[in-house]
Ligand binder design. Structure first.
Ligand code: ZN
Length: 499
């Protein structure tokens, strides 16, 4: 890029390949162009006859719309998800219950020992650098969004960085904890406390929806189906309607949650939300794994997917975090064929959407034992158009006139890309987020030559490592039975004990 554009400047990108949107679907344009003015795309095609203030030569690159990441936990989990590649057998290897659970009703958790501010910045940096230009945050309360009437670190840092974020403080009626015998329990809060969480979210919507030139947007986040009363869910739905915002929650993500729902309500998690009139086109379910017919729930009757299709509900699919525990969606193709809108989220580290897409495809094929399913077009669409649809945005996840100038320049000249017939297949099957050279959001270049421009990512990595080392050193204080981390999550190899 020659110099920094001003908001009204016109920028022309000359790409080796351009993923253009023709109003209906993505198309590939060899040696195509994208032109944006300010924060908006004004032209996509084979040629551009007008004058541009700036020209970006991307002749060795793929010009792609920025990816819409429909499920992330920015404010936490630097210290756990990636590192602990196991789970408790009595929780059916559910990931989140292992880590978000307190030792005693009001006891500590791993997150109490982490430096949340550093974790947020490091994590936002990873998301952006690896191609997510829009993210949906799932655990918002850890960022203290409107603490003391002020904007908390999560929205503030996202705003400074320039990424698009959907968020608000999380809603809950209960929390997980381990009792004296180390067993998992759920502690239900008072009605006053649960409504207080909704008040905080409404406060956030009223004050901050649309902050930072519209890049910070509100979405209501009942944290988990498992932890929300039906009354809280009903009220959430009506607040969403009243304020014109979406909703996202964790649902059907563990066998335990599915079985509890059947025992307590007689319905599956999806069936229960359908019965509450909660589902709808503004609702994103993370992760929707355990639906009727899943081989691990022993529940073959009913048709959860038909209810998701009928209501226009989205499922945010994150195969990495579940694959690490040996479980998967059954199957990506079955959901697509049922007419369910599918979006993709990274959920966990390394917050790399391209890495996630590779697993969507591979695990999707394995799940169906069919190499003809889960094709590259559907996977790329889910990470762009599917996520945008879930957020009710026809100006994201595509490059066409009127869309936001959220653009990735992907370096296809790397050895790992190899010779390719189709750059999109090469992107998903051979690459990870390291091949992304430039990230532009709303017309502003935020990542160049693979480096964040706003912050020193290497410095943040050092700080987040320090924070995690500290949290791990205190492991026995928050883990049931007070065992040390080496016993509960042993490293791949034993430490050297010789001289
Ligand atoms: Zn999650």
């Amino acid at each position: 890029m020659d110099d920094h554009p001003t908001p009204s400047d016109t920028t022309l990108i000359k790409g080796g390949w351009v993923v253009g949107f023709d109003g209906t679907e993505h198309r590939l344009i060899r040696d195509g162009v994208v032109v944006f003015e300010g924060d908006t795309v004004v032209h996509v095609g084979q040629h551009f006859e007008g004058q541009a203030d700036h020209t970006i030569d991307a002749s060795t690159k793929l010009v792609s719309p920025g990816l819409v990441n429909a499920h992330v936990h920015v404010g936490a989990h630097t210290g756990d998800r990636m590192i602990f590649d196991a789970g408790r057998r009595d929780l059916f290897r559910s990931g989140f219950m292992n880590y978000c659970t307190t030792n005693g009703i009001n006891g500590p958790t791993l997150h109490d020992y982490e430096n949340a501010d550093v974790a947020i910045k490091y994590s936002l940096g990873c998301l952006l650098r690896y191609g997510s230009t829009t993210v949906v945050e799932m655990g918002g309360e850890l960022g203290g969004e409107s603490e003391g009437g002020k904007l908390g670190p999560l929205a503030r840092h996202a705003g400074e960085l320039g990424i698009r974020i959907y968020m608000s403080p999380g809603l809950r009626s209960a929390h997980h904890y381990y009792d004296q015998d180390g067993r998992h329990q759920i502690h239900w809060h008072s009605e006053t406390d649960e409504l207080r969480t909704l008040d905080a979210a409404i406060d956030f919507i009223e004050k901050y929806d649309g902050a930072f030139d519209g890049r910070v947007k509100a979405i209501l986040v009942p944290l988990e189906y498992h932890l929300c009363s039906h009354e809280l869910l009903r009220r959430t739905k009506s607040v969403a309607k009243e304020h014109g915002v979406g909703i996202t929650l964790h649902l059907a993500e563990s066998v335990l949650e599915f079985q509890d729902s059947i025992r307590n309500t007689g319905r599956t998690p999806v069936g229960m939300l359908y019965n509450l009139d909660f589902l709808g086109p503004e609702v994103i379910l993370g992760h929707g794994l355990y639906t009727t017919g899943h081989s691990q729930v022993a529940y073959t009757r009913g048709d959860d997917l038909a209810q998701l299709r009928e209501t226009g509900t989205t499922v945010a699919h994150s195969p990495t975090v579940f694959g690490r525990r040996g479980v998967h969606l059954e199957s990506f193709q079955r959901y697509l064929d049922a007419g369910v809108n599918m979006a993709i989220g990274t959920d966990s580290y390394p917050q790399d959407m391209l890495g996630e897409l590779k697993l969507v495809q591979i695990i999707g094929k394995i799940a169906d034992r069919d190499f003809e399913v889960c094709n590259t077009r559907e996977v790329f669409n889910a990470a762009t158009l599917g996520g945008a649809r879930a957020l009710g945005r026809d100006d994201l996840g595509r490059l066409s006139p009127g869309a936001k100038a959220d653009i990735l320049l992907v370096d296809l000249s790397r050895p790992r890309t190899g010779p390719y017939l189709d750059p999109i297949k090469a992107l998903i099957q051979c690459c990870d987020g390291e091949v992304i050279d430039t990230v532009i959001v709303g017309g502003r270049t935020l990542v160049q030559d693979g480096q964040l421009l706003a912050w020193d990512h290497t410095e943040l990595l050092g700080e987040v490592r320090q924070s995690c080392e500290h949290a791990w050193s205190k492991f026995s204080e928050y883990w049931p039975d007070n065992e040390p981390i080496e016993t509960v999550f042993p490293n791949a190899f034993k430490p050297w004990d010789g001289a």
